[in-house]
Design a protein around this ligand. Sequence first.
Ligand code: SF4
Length: 233
Amino acid sequence: MADTDTAPGAQRFIPPQADTLDELRAAATGCRGCELYRDATQTVFGRGDASARVVFVGEQPGDIEDQKGLPFVGPAGRLLRKAVDDAGLDPAHIYLTNAVKHFRFEVRGKRRIHQTPDRVHITACRPWLVAEFAQLAPEVIVVLGATAAKALLGPTFRVTRQRGELLPWPAAAQRPEDFHQVPVDNTGHAADAPPAQLLATIHPSAVLRADNQDVAYDGLVADLTVVSRALAG
Ligand code: SF4
């Protein structure tokens, strides 16, 4: 797989008039914003309802997600669903997406081994994330791991230092203006956006790789419990 230092980016593949997640999802199938589309099977866009109360942002699709075209359907996704359940979050209120929408991997023998996306991929794919957020109005955004944190919060944010902490959204974003929304009420007047929050935690795949999986899992559930309490409050 060829690596590049620059990529044209996803912006020109996003229909400016798109005003639903389905329209964005359809357009993303043809994205050529960076080289990752070449070796991956398909674009894996976010899934869930536009009215979701919680938006989870992960890193990139894995091997199984790449084959099925759906995010979080592999082993890490199964673990995340269990953690969501154990934290008391309603799965019906969740939207799941990734910072990078194509699977980056290297081939070793017959296996496709996950490779962490580079900054060029995160930057190229960010316009899809911004476009998704323009269709969503979550109460809490959950950032799963370092790649998602880089995409939303910038390169200096450290998940290990600030995990489990509720931060103001979009004020905590790297470019808050990208995510600032002015909702319009049913009389056509601009209304104040309800305050939203962001919480960073580890990616569920980090639990699967941990030396002590039980401790890592309990930490993930503890962070997500902060989210469920915020929703209840
Ligand atoms: S990873 Fe993102 S920017 Fe790159 S081709 Fe896929 S959808 Fe487009």
